[in-house]
Design a protein around this ligand. Structure first.
Ligand code: PMP
Length: 280
């Protein structure tokens, strides 16, 4: 089933106007929730970020947060698979093309679930990455549908045989095209501070809590490209990549080229958070 403007419908009932501002301007925002064992993971954190994004782009929903939350639950209940994602996007809606925000447009909302398999092999072995200039705008904390800079950078990484691009702005590492990035140096986890230059990842939030629980020092101090290349461990975090070791950057091994101990410890802690109690 699909969630379309507040109702659960079949795919053929979805009709998007050619005037939809999502189509012309990428004028909208989205969220990707993770479903583990049929249950939504960190649902409230995703809802909080969704409403934060909506406020930032001045889209007002005709539903309350509680109503939206119930719709997300109903959609997840129709999924019928164990592992997947719930994709939810909201555009400003249809209006005559104009750069000015329309006075009356009904937001369009689309949601659906999709099966996603955990990247188990990569989680064990780590991924290959490249570094690229961060060419995005200065409001990366908004989960905007405008992902052209991200998709082009991700493709450049793929063309170079890498799974992700680590983005660098003025010599400092911000995040990746679809994930946050952290380094470990002398036992300390370091990542970019929250603010307009990165998305406040939900997985990043979980990792911060896990680090604190495990007594691992965690600093939102940011780091330079040189510090990235000199790190003991590097990993990226996202809803679908989880805590993903980075073992290669620009063709150079990170540390000894295998996932580091702190990365593995965090991976273990992360798994415990979503594994069904019986298997934990
Ligand atoms: N940064 C960017 C640019 C992203 O697209 C994502 C994926 N949504 C993340 C970070 C990680 O966020 P999350 O952990 O909430 O998936």
């Amino acid at each position: 089933m699909f969630l379309w403007n507040g109702r659960l419908v079949q795919e053929d009932e979805i009709q998007v106007s050619y005037l939809d501002r999502g189509y012309y301007f990428g004028d909208g925002i989205y969220e990707v929730f993770r479903i583990y064992d049929g249950k939504l993971f960190e649902k409230q954190a995703h809802l909080n970020r969704l409403f934060q994004s909506l406020r930032e782009v001045r889209i007002t929903l005709p539903w309350s947060e509680a109503e939206l939350s119930a719709m997300v639950d109903s959609l997840a209940e129709t999924f019928g698979k164990k592992d997947g994602i719930l994709y939810l996007q909201i555009t400003r809606g249809a209006a005559k093309r104009s750069h000015l925000l329309p006075e009356s447009a009904e937001p369009s909302m689309l949601g659906y679930c999709e099966e996603v398999v955990r990247p188990v092999e990569q989680l064990k072995k780590g991924i290959n990455t490249i570094t690229l200039d961060d060419e995005r705008w200065h409001k990366c904390h908004i989960k905007s549908l405008n992902l052209l800079a991200n998709t082009l950078a991700r493709q450049e990484a793929a063309d170079a045989g890498a799974e992700e691009a680590i983005l660098v702005r003025d010599g400092r590492v911000t995040e990746c095209t679809a994930s946050n990035v952290m380094i470990v140096k002398k036992g300390v986890i370091i990542t970019h501070p929250n603010g307009p230059l990165i998305l406040d990842g939900i997985t990043k939030q979980v990792v911060e809590r896990l680090a604190k629980l495990s007594g691992i020092p965690y600093r939102n101090a940011g780091f330079t490209l040189e510090e990235l290349m000199d790190a003991d461990e590097v990993f990226v975090t996202s809803t679908t990549k989880e805590v993903m070791p980075v073992t290669m950057i620009n063709g150079i091994k990170v540390g000894s080229g295998i996932p580091g101990v702190i990365t593995q410890l965090l991976q273990h802690g992360f798994e415990q958070k979503f594994k069904p109690a019986a298997a934990a």
